[in-house]
Design a protein around this ligand. Structure first.
Ligand code: ADP
Ligand code: MG
Length: 616
């Protein structure tokens, strides 16, 4: 029988191999950008049309190729990057297989222009399905430009297999992010269908992350830096409160190469343990530097997986250094004791001249003596030109709900007595009605004993009911900002804001424009200071993202809860006597004073009988 084995012609072999290297347009983007980096470019431009289906072009200012090399570069296993098998173990380049250009050339139309610095003229080569159709000298800038057109033109099945432009573009952007994050010292620009999608100047790593993921990212980054004998780690993790519902912000780079490693990812999750909400994923942008000898990147053709010599050690180091960073930057628990919001100047007072304080003392004043005076404390501060401290609390206008008379009418579960719980006359004699404990609890005497209020939860309840009211009657009053300011949001966050816009306006927000990546704020609810706005809106977006799968989702209720949570006075904040009393009064004017909007106890009581028992 005759021999039947034949060697496949190159162009067939190339087409088969191309299937491995080039799965979709994004694979071409990756290969071309990596070649530009290997050529030591300092600026790289990516031009894409129709999600890469009609054009992918990468222009670099790297070292270029000679005419011979330009021709050779499209041959299979043609590489300038390794010479022997040993070189594989000290790899400092992205490429080394010499397959990419040959594979791409087998399945697309290619136009290459390249020039080395020392040459007068450059080379231009056109290739269609592995066939060189022309080669000539051209005038071209230093560096290389490779345009890949009509991908899979000769493999209709593959072409039809491509996903929608949105999906393919998403993959391209992912690759672009990975490559540009791994090389902040290189400038990158990306255009899609003629418009600029990213413009990333050469920068440090933090700026690169921020330039890609938006201005607001900056505040959420916690640096991680660690150097041991086997491993150097640098980069950032995101603060837990900014964690995403998706894994879109998780990046490991090993020796400047993006890798996927479920194992190392686990190490990060372990470091975040106890700090993350369910269903959230920490953001991380981490660069690991290891001895090239200790890794094997040869196990996967598209090279996103990697084998480490000593994975267990890496795991332990990674976990502990991330944990250390989170601890060092006081992430756990997240409490802001630093700033006293009482010291913030409300906007409308900012530019006013100081006037001599005028103090009028009403010596007969007793906040609990009758309905009228009690109302002074509980009335809604939205409504009048009030002292700044008053705007700290938004009480409930008690019309139609429950009239706040005085404490003597409040009933407590543990209060078995039917008469007044405050010891009536003795109150007016002792001015000491409330006392703040550890800047956290407010202690007050009631007739049956003692009342202990959690200031943060109590204020949440007060704000919540007030906000709900503003939202339903749409009467929120706004303070106009003298200097409107912009806040930046990501593409996923903006639609959520857009959706809540009307409700937010009912609470007193005024937005002038909602643009591509930012929102201009012209006015805020009257009792909110400017520097809290970003936090309030971010918290709100996160809460909405968290809640949407829940069918009972009510935008109004969620908004009120979320804003109340962000705006409420924090534990750790010291309150004046008047503020304490006002808070207590406002709390008991609420419809449901016993629990916070999230159903947590706002106050407890202890009767004299209970105390007596303790002293038995
Ligand atoms: P590899 O990157 O694995 O070496 P490629 O097929 O991607 O294989 O590229 C083949 C060769 O072509 C490279 O080794 C390099 O010498 C040369 N080359 C490719 N792209 C460029 C570029 N943008 N600038 C300079 N040389 C390049
Ligand atoms: Mg390559």
């Amino acid at each position: 029988m005759a021999d039947i084995i034949q060697l496949l012609p190159d162009h067939v072999a190339n087409q088969i191999a191309a299937g491995e290297v080039v799965q979709r347009p994004a694979s071409v983007v990756k290969e071309l950008m990596e070649n530009a980096i290997d050529a030591e470019a300092t600026a790289i431009k990516l031009i894409v049309k129709e999600a890469g289906k009609t054009l992918i072009q990468v222009i670099d200012n790297g070292k270029g190729m000679s005419a011979t090399d330009a021709r050779l570069s499209f041959e299979r296993h043609a590489t300038s990057k390794i010479r022997s098998a040993e070189d594989l173990f000290s790899l400092h380049t992205k490429g080394f297989r010499g397959e990419a250009l040959a594979s791409i050339a087998a399945i697309a139309h290619i136009e290459l222009k390249t020039k080395q610095p020392q040459d007068e003229l450059g080379t231009q080569i056109t290739i269609e399905g592995s066939e060189v159709s022309s080669q000539e000298f051209v005038v071209t800038p230093e560096g290389t430009s490779i345009a890949v057109k009509n991908l899979f033109f000769n493999i209709p099945a593959r072409r039809n297999f491509l996903k929608s432009n949105t999906v393919e573009l998403r993959h391209i952007i992912d690759e672009f992010h990975r490559v540009s994050l791994a090389h902040p010292n290189i400038a990158f620009i990306m255009y899609h269908n003629g418009s600029e999608s990213f413009n990333l100047p050469e920068s440090n790593y933090r700026q690169r992350v921020v330039n890609i993921f938006g201005g607001r990212t900056n505040e959420k980054l916690v640096p991680v830096d660690e150097e041991t004998e086997v491993l150097k780690i640098s980069g950032f993790v995101g603060k837990p409160e900014f964690a995403k519902k998706t894994k879109s912000e998780q990046f490991f780079f090993v020796n400047h190469r993006f890798i996927k490693s479920p194992y190392l990812n686990h190490a990060i999750n372990a470091a975040f343990e106890g700090l993350m909400k369910d269903g959230c994923h920490p953001s991380y942008f981490l660069n690991l530097t290891v001895d090239p000898k200790s890794i094997d990147i040869n196990i996967h053709p598209t090279k996103t997986e990697i084998k480490f010599e000593d994975e267990h050690t890496l795991y332990a180091i990674l976990r502990s250094s991330v944990k250390h960073s989170l601890g060092q930057f006081n992430i756990a628990p997240v409490l802001d004791f630093e700033r006293d919001t009482n010291l913030d100047t409300p906007y409308n007072y900012k530019d006013k001249n100081a006037s001599t304080p005028f103090v009028e003392v009403n010596r007969d004043f007793n906040p609990f003596s009758d309905e009228k005076s009690a109302k002074v404390f509980s009335s809604v501060s939205y409504k009048k030109e009030s002292a700044p401290w008053e705007s700290l609390y938004v009480g409930m206008e008690s019309k139609g709900t429950r009239d706040l008379k005085d404490f003597s009418e409040m009933e407590f579960e543990s209060d078995h007595q039917t008469e007044s719980i405050f010891s009536g006359d003795t109150q007016s004699e002792t001015s000491q009605t409330t006392y703040q404990l550890h800047n956290k609890y407010i202690v007050s005497t009631i007739k049956s004993g003692m009342l202990l209020i959690d200031q943060h939860r109590a204020h949440q309840r007060v704000l919540y009911e007030s906000l709900l009211k503003s939202l339903t009657v749409k009467e929120g009053i706004s303070q106009q900002l003298l200097f409107p300011f912009k806040l930046e949001f990501t593409a996923t966050e903006l639609p959520i804001l857009q959706q809540l816009k009307t409700d937010l306006e009912s609470t007193g927000f005024v937005f002038s424009k909602i643009e591509n990546d930012s929102v201009e704020i012209m006015g805020t609810p009257i009792n909110v200071s400017e520097n809290e706005i970003s936090n309030i809106l971010q918290q709100l977006i996160a809460d909405v993202q968290q809640e949407i799968p829940d069918s009972h989702f009510s935008a109004t209720d969620l908004l009120a809860k979320s804003m109340a949570k962000s705006m409420a006075i924090k534990n750790g904040q010291s309150l004046s006597k008047l503020e304490q009393e006002h808070l207590v009064n406002s709390l008991f004017a609420c419809k449901e004073s016993a629990v916070s909007p999230t159903n947590r106890t706002t106050f407890i009581t202890m009767s004299v009988a209970d105390m007596d028992k303790k002293f038995m």
